[in-house]
Design a protein around this ligand. Structure first.
Ligand code: CA
Length: 227
């Protein structure tokens, strides 16, 4: 298994920092967090990140200065997070050596797309086929396969199964599944996750095969070896 890529998040706003930490961890990144610029620089020195997400407005040393110092020390990709109104911050960030910027508030998918673009030079591309026990998911044909039997997936089924395959043995909370497959707009009251898990179970267990997608009561689901 490849070493997870390390992302350093420097952001003083608790809500955003935690949102980024949670979301990026589930995407398989190793996430370090800092609440201020100096801490960020210390972490970057002690545990060199593969990418830095850097807020501009920080207490103490601001993001522009942090960016300048990081750039002076190496060529780590830097993605700045800037406030909507502060166009001059974007210019200053790019002048200080940032590779890209993202305007708050941003969609998580947009953030991931930017991160992937910046990491392309170090990150191996997405695998052609995910494998877990005897289950396979082909990212090209978007078909599943278990014990040699192929099955088709609808768009949402595919997204959900890919989320499981990217995070084997990891409990996926309902919240994360909503965020990643259905987006923010979806109400948490719906039983849509249960419905789609049932579809995936029907397809992956056809012919009486053992269960791979398990319910974690009160929390969510996990892709795990049969018990
Ligand atoms: Ca801030």
């Amino acid at each position: 298994m490849a070493t997870p890529l390390r992302v350093l998040v420097v952001e003083d706003e608790d809500r955003i920092r935690q949102f980024l930490q949670r979301g990026l961890s589930y995407e398989g990144y190793r996430v370090d967090v800092a609440e201020d610029g100096q801490t960020g620089l210390d972490i970057a020195r002690d545990h060199p990140p593969d990418l830095v997400l850097l807020d501009v407005m920080l207490p103490g040393i601001d993001g522009i200065e942090v960016c300048r110092r990081l750039r002076a020390a190496g060529d780590v990709p830097i993605l700045m997070l800037t406030a909507k109104e502060a166009i001059e911050d974007r210019v200053a960030g790019l002048d200080a050596g940032a590779d890209d910027y993202l305007v708050k508030p941003f969609a998580f998918d947009e953030l991931l797309a930017r991160i992937r673009a910046l990491l392309r030079r170090v990150q191996p591309s997405k695998p052609d086929v995910y494998r877990f026990v005897d289950l396979e998911l082909d990212t090209g044909t978007r078909q599943g396969k278990r014990s040699g039997r192929l099955f088709d997936l609808t768009a949402k089924e595919y997204e959900l199964l890919e989320l499981f395959m990217r995070n084997p043995r990891r409990v996926l909370t309902r919240e994360i599944i909503y965020d990643r497959v259905w987006g923010y707009d979806f109400g948490g009251e719906s039983n849509i996750i249960e419905v789609y898990v049932r579809y995936l179970r029907q397809k992956t267990e056809a012919g009486g095969l053992t269960r791979l997608i398990h319910t974690v009561r009160g929390i969510g689901y996990v892709l795990r070896e049969p018990e």
